[in-house]
Write a protein that binds this ligand. Structure first.
Ligand code: SAM
Length: 283
């Protein structure tokens, strides 16, 4: 059996009793043209290891292998999917390694070799948490070259948002600080089985070789989280307690303390977090 002669996904789902479970965020992609299109957004996969989260019955997994990935490491929480994934592995000459468990708890790094691309139709319940982790390592560049991920459209818009927009917040700053995100295309609910309530979008995030502006990542994350926790408030109020003299610190960083978080550019957030770092080191 080769990848192209594997049975259609509907048959696989019926044969293995893979009725979708809401608790696991299971909305499967059954159209292999579509999974091929998603896999191609990640660029040339030949010579790359791919990390996939939540392969389910394996529609996207098949596409990643067919596009020539050197190896696919897939983390799946639902053990019912393992026999279907074993069939794909056999058809792909052993290039698929499945780690059975929760992606929030398993560390796949020992199973991957650079260059690594992450491609996933993420379970919505863990997608944002995983994205924040992938974007937040202390050292850069990270273990991945790019992330090609399915999100709810609203989350995708938050990732690429620019200052001044409603969607602009912590996710935009984190995603754009050391990486370059873009929305590739949208998918209507009917593309999935069962259809979710919302429109989805595929996002491609490319790691930059270095941060766009100097800032300590953990501190930047703290500053941004505080600023957007009370996004309607002026910065002098929302950032109160970050350092004793927040008003004068904002002024010395060239930021009007009366401004709101959503008006600050990435560069200004980096400048502000550097000023906080210096102020704290002088205490
Ligand atoms: N990739 C498949 C596709 O495109 O048809 C399935 C996508 S479905 C949206 C999400 C998948 O993630 C399901 O197979 C689900 O069992 C799995 N999943 C849910 N939570 C998980 C977790 N914490 N760790 C690993 N996999 C998880």
């Amino acid at each position: 059996m080769s990848l192209s002669t594997l049975p259609p996904l509907r048959e696989v789902i019926a044969a293995h009793g893979l009725a979708a479970r809401k608790s696991l965020g299971q909305n499967f992609l059954l159209d292999l043209n579509l999974t091929g299109k998603i896999a191609r957004q990640a660029g040339d996969l030949r010579g790359c290891d791919v990390l996939e989260i939540g392969p389910g019955p394996g529609g996207l997994t098949r596409a990643l292998l067919a596009e020539g990935a050197r190896k696919v490491v897939a983390i799946e929480a639902d053990p019912r999917c393992l026999p279907a994934l074993a069939e794909i592995n056999a058809a792909a000459g052993g290039r698929l390694e499945v780690l059975s468990g929760d992606a929030l708890k398993l560390d796949p790094s020992a199973h991957l070799q650079a260059p690594v691309k992450v491609v996933a139709n993420l379970p919505y319940n863990v997608g944002t948490e995983l994205l924040v982790r992938w974007l937040s390592p202390d050292t850069w560049p990270p273990f991945w070259e790019s992330l090609t991920l399915m999100f709810q459209r609203e989350v995708a818009e938050r990732i690429v948002a620019k200052p001044g927009s409603k969607a602009y917040g912590r996710l935009a700053v984190l995603s754009q600080f050391r990486a370059e995100p873009r929305i590739c295309f949208e998918l209507p609910p009917q593309a999935f089985s069962p259809p979710p309530k919302v429109t989805s979008a595929v996002v491609h995030i490319k790691a930059l070789p270095a941060p766009r502006f100097a800032a300590a990542p953990k501190l930047l994350s703290e500053v941004v989280a505080r600023a957007f926790n009370q996004r309607r408030k002026m910065l002098r109020a929302s950032l109160k307690g970050l350092v004793p003299e927040i008003q004068s610190l904002l002024e010395s960083a060239g930021i009007d303390p009366q401004r709101r978080a959503e008006t600050l550019s990435l560069e200004e957030f980096c400048k502000l977090s550097e000023a906080v770092r210096v102020a704290r080191s002088q205490r």
